[in-house]
Design a protein around this ligand. Structure first.
Ligand code: C2O
Length: 510
């Protein structure tokens, strides 16, 4: 493969995606950040400069969905695989584009990504389904008018609420907002009719849309009026094509869909919609964008009617019987089965936190688990929530959700098998054991279960809820696979160079 070089500078800036001016963190001054594009198997090198000042923050970037099996130290999870990049310093990530399809990168430091540090990734690879036009990434994202750290501080205050309400919903970083609904006394500049995203369809042609949920919390329901969507990949896993009028995506999930522009005339226009489900509270849950056929007047708004889509309030992914990987991998027998429970609790100071596998995680940014394990240290404070699987590599995990809220469960470094998902406790059945679904994020519904299995790779891998506010509330575990191999890894010295270089990040280790 070829080597792709990128240079990212993370700094503070102002954007108004929906007209309401926000103080945010940006990659190269842009929201969303620049596209990373590669061919399957290429080497990607990204030099990340931390230029965040006034006040300073650390940062680190995670390349969501890549396996990192040869390079777990480039995974970008601070306190787990590296120390954060301190202010006015840099770190150069180097990894293989090991999978193809659509993904995104995002800060993995506190809830910083919901403050703006994110962007799309496209890896070109083979496609069994033919298409004519690649429309590129379409980022679906709930949007908050408050700064991410203020949201966390409010949430983690004594008697704070774990429920965070978004202010808007964006398609590719745009949406309108009704400024008259801004709280009285809020003097932040706000412009009505900031504008929506616009897309062009070539009449009669087949288009590829790369959908990514890059939000902080909300589950998205994506559709285009009167057009069927053919799903060809979910996360980095090609699937047997299936047709649907709506695609559901939890935070971190992706879907590659094909859409044929044969519904309208060459001058037709249609609405593209993405709506937050009822399990994701929002002041403005319905995002729209416009799709114009070749000869449509792009100054006119579409007048198409929405599909009659049942309102989803279970917040679950598509039924597993429908989502079947294109390239089958039969389910092996696990050597270990573990239950991991999701619970909400109040600590002694009345702060509401999440417990995952019995622990509410607090990280130590100066002591990444991977580097300690590489030094032969395998005893950690309980609050780091480290699970050491020792020799086991074929591991089944039953996630039991003890609360009413759904969670997008994400495991780093793997496309896990999805054995079963549903309400209540697992009854032991497996959907399609000859070829279970695989992806890197899957929703577990409220008071339900999600059963996954991995063919684990040596390393330390974060397993967490991808809702920014939940991860910051302690909803994260680190899984150690094959510690003896981790101990023998040759980790480049650069990975350690930023450790203990700044002592101010304790404030942000949530
Ligand atoms: Cu996309 Cu640990 O995250």
């Amino acid at each position: 493969g070829v080597v792709r070089h990128y240079e990212f500078t993370v700094s503070r800036g102002y954007v108004a995606p929906d007209g309401y001016l926000r103080d945010v963190l940006l990659v190269n001054g842009a929201f969303p950040g620049p596209l990373i594009e590669a061919n399957w198997g290429d080497t990607v090198i990204v030099k990340v400069h931390n230029n965040i000042t006034g006040p300073e923050e650390g940062t680190s970037i995670h390349w969501h969905g890549f396996l990192q099996h040869e390079t777990p130290w480039e995974d970008g999870a601070p306190g787990i695989s590296q120390c954060p990049v301190p202010p006015s310093r840099s770190y150069t990530y180097e990894f293989i584009a090991s999978l193809y399809g659509t993904s995104w990168y995002h800060a993995h430091y506190s809830a910083q990504y919901s403050g703006g540090v994110l962007g799309p990734i496209v890896v070109h690879g083979p496609s069994q389904e033919k298409y004519d036009v690649d429309l590129g990434p379409i980022l679906l994202s709930d949007w908050y008018h408050k700064e991410y750290f203020d949201i966390i501080e409010e949430m983690l205050a004594p008697n704070g609420s774990p429920k965070v309400t978004s202010d808007n919903n964006l398609i590719s970083g745009k949406m309108n907002f009704d400024c008259s609904t801004v709280d009285p006394g809020d003097t932040t500049p706000c412009t009505n009719n900031a504008g929506i995203s616009k897309f062009k369809f070539k009449t009669g042609k087949r288009h590829r849309l790369r959908l990514v949920n890059t939000g902080g919390d909300g589950v998205q329901r994506f559709s285009i009026d009167e057009h069927m969507l053919t799903v060809i990949a979910e996360d980095f896993v090609p699937v047997k094509p299936y047709n649907t009028s709506v695609v559901t995506l939890g935070v971190g999930q992706r879907a590659d869909v094909l859409v044929t522009a044969n519904v309208g005339k060459p001058n037709s226009a249609f609405w593209m919609r993405s709506s937050l489900t009822t399990c994701s509270p929002s002041r403005q849950p319905n995002a729209i964008a416009a799709v114009y056929y070749d000869r449509a007047d792009t100054s006119k708004t579409p007048s198409s009617k929405a599909w009659n889509i049942p309102n989803a309030d279970i917040c679950a992914n598509e039924d597993l019987s429908i989502t079947e990987p294109l390239y089958p991998i039969p389910l092996p027998k696990p050597t270990l089965t573990q239950n991991m429970d999701i619970e909400l609790y109040k600590n002694a100071s009345n702060v509401t936190l999440w417990k995952f596998n019995g622990v509410s995680m607090r990280t130590d940014y100066n002591n990444p688990v991977l580097l300690l394990a590489n030094d032969g240290n395998f005893t950690y404070p309980a609050e780091w929530n480290v699970v050491n699987y020792r020799k086991h590599t074929s591991i089944r995990i039953i996630v039991n959700n003890k609360g009413p809220v759904s969670h997008p469960m994400h495991l780093h470094g793997h496309n896990f098998f999805v054995l079963h998902e549903g309400p209540g406790a697992w009854d032991g059945t497996i959907v399609r054991p000859s070829n279970p679904h695989r992806r890197d994020v899957h929703l577990v519904r409220g008071n339900g279960h999600l059963v996954i299995q991995i063919d684990g790779a040596p390393g330390i891998w974060a397993f967490h809820c991808h809702i920014a506010w939940h991860a910051s509330g302690g909803f994260l575990a680190s899984l150690i696979i094959e510690p003896d191999k981790v101990e023998r890894m040759h980790i480049p010295h650069d990975v350690e160079k930023n450790c203990r270089a700044w002592d101010m990040w304790s404030k942000y280790n949530i």
